[in-house]
Design a protein. Structure first.
Ligand SMILES: [Zn+2]
Ligand SMILES: [Zn+2]
Length: 338
């Protein structure tokens, strides 16, 4: 075990709000108990990275290296790490540490841990050669799947899987996915294999054929969707667009649920009567538990879930971020790091 070796890394730093990322060498500090150093192979670009770069979320801390959809190889570990071996391929998502002590961790809702730490907040993420992560949030991956496909599953896949499995949606339920991008295109695939009747809501005509391939029974634009009154058992909101929320609620079936895994820019207003007469629910889902991550990988392997990725070299990172801001990334950009 190369416990004391110093790892020189090089990564793309965001030094302040809205700035282009700049390449810089840095030293990975000595391992603490429970920590693992991972050589990054592939890392996805998630909208949460943009929210940190733009400081849309107050907890962003500069400077930092973005990237939290990480697939890589264990190159060093502290002596007490038994679950992972050197050379093993592993995954890391949004979180970098769970406390394993708080009430939510004890209830196995680690994604609601009261003391969690994040990969890109107060530490550096996957747009770098190496990352240092606590073993509590490192995951094993299915051998059969390619790293470029696994990367988006670690955050986007985990989040949609958590939402689609946490609210007791029955087989053959009508499920609508609002917004078909990185999250949405995976939600269609997972939901279809869970035997839900999937509807994709997108304004992009060039995504209609893809959505059918992903497993959507119906694909429609937002206006046609608003006309489907009392219809959907579950609506998953994956885009940050500011829809007409009262019209969205009207499309919910009796006892239906609308669940947010994205955060629209504007506050949402509605009348309680919009949901009361049909006992509808409005909820949101924060990632998912550790067990969910394992189940998600297993489900993805068995059902051949395949993220639609555009692979780029990491030195193109600023161009790709620009493309994402301009909505020119169709589903998911993934960087080949090493
Ligand atoms: Zn993410
Ligand atoms: Zn905890």
């Amino acid at each position: 075990v190369k416990y004391n070796k110093i790892y020189k890394s090089s990564g793309y730093f965001c030094n302040s709000k809205n700035q282009k990322l700049k390449k810089k060498e840095f030293i990975i500090s000595k391992l603490k108990i429970g920590e693992i150093i991972i050589k990054v192979k592939y890392c996805g670009l998630c909208h949460s990275d943009l929210n940190l770069i733009h400081k849309n979320w107050k907890f962003a801390k500069f400077p930092f290296v973005p990237g939290h959809e990480i697939i890589g190889t264990v190159v060093a570990k502290s002596n007490n790490v038994k679950e992972f071996i050197i050379g093993e391929r592993v995954a890391v998502g949004w979180f970098s540490k769970f406390c394993n002590k708080c009430i939510q961790c004890l209830k196995k809702n680690e994604n609601m841990c009261r003391n969690y730490e994040l990969v890109c907040v107060g530490r550096n993420g996957g747009f770098a050669n190496y990352v240092k992560i606590d073993q509590s949030s490192v995951f094993k991956v299915p051998k059969e799947m390619l790293s470029k496909h696994l990367a988006p599953l670690t955050c986007a896949g985990w989040t949609v899987f958590g939402a689609l499995t946490s609210f007791n949606i029955k087989r053959y339920s009508k499920v609508a996915i609002l917004g078909i991008g990185g999250l949405g295109h995976l939600a269609i695939q997972f939901g279809n294999k869970m035997n839900f009747e999937m509807t994709a809501i997108t304004t992009s005509e060039n995504k209609i054929a893809d959505c059918k391939k992903f497993g959507a029974k119906y694909v429609m634009d937002i206006k046609s969707f608003y006309e489907k009154k009392d219809n959907y058992d579950f609506i998953l909101v994956t885009a940050k667009a500011n829809y007409d929320w009262r019209s969205v609620l009207k499309t919910l079936n009796f006892d239906g649920t609308v669940c947010f895994i994205s955060r629209p820019d504007k506050l949402i207003k509605f009348d309680i009567f919009d949901i009361m007469y049909k006992r509808a629910r409005i909820t949101a889902s924060p990632g998912a538990s550790k067990l969910s991550m394992r189940k998600m990988f297993d489900f993805a392997r068995k059902n051949k879930i395949k993220p639609a990725v555009e692979v780029y070299d990491l030195n193109k990172v600023n161009n790709v971020i620009k493309k994402m801001i301009n909505r020119k990334i169709k589903y998911r950009a993934v960087f080949k790091v090493s």
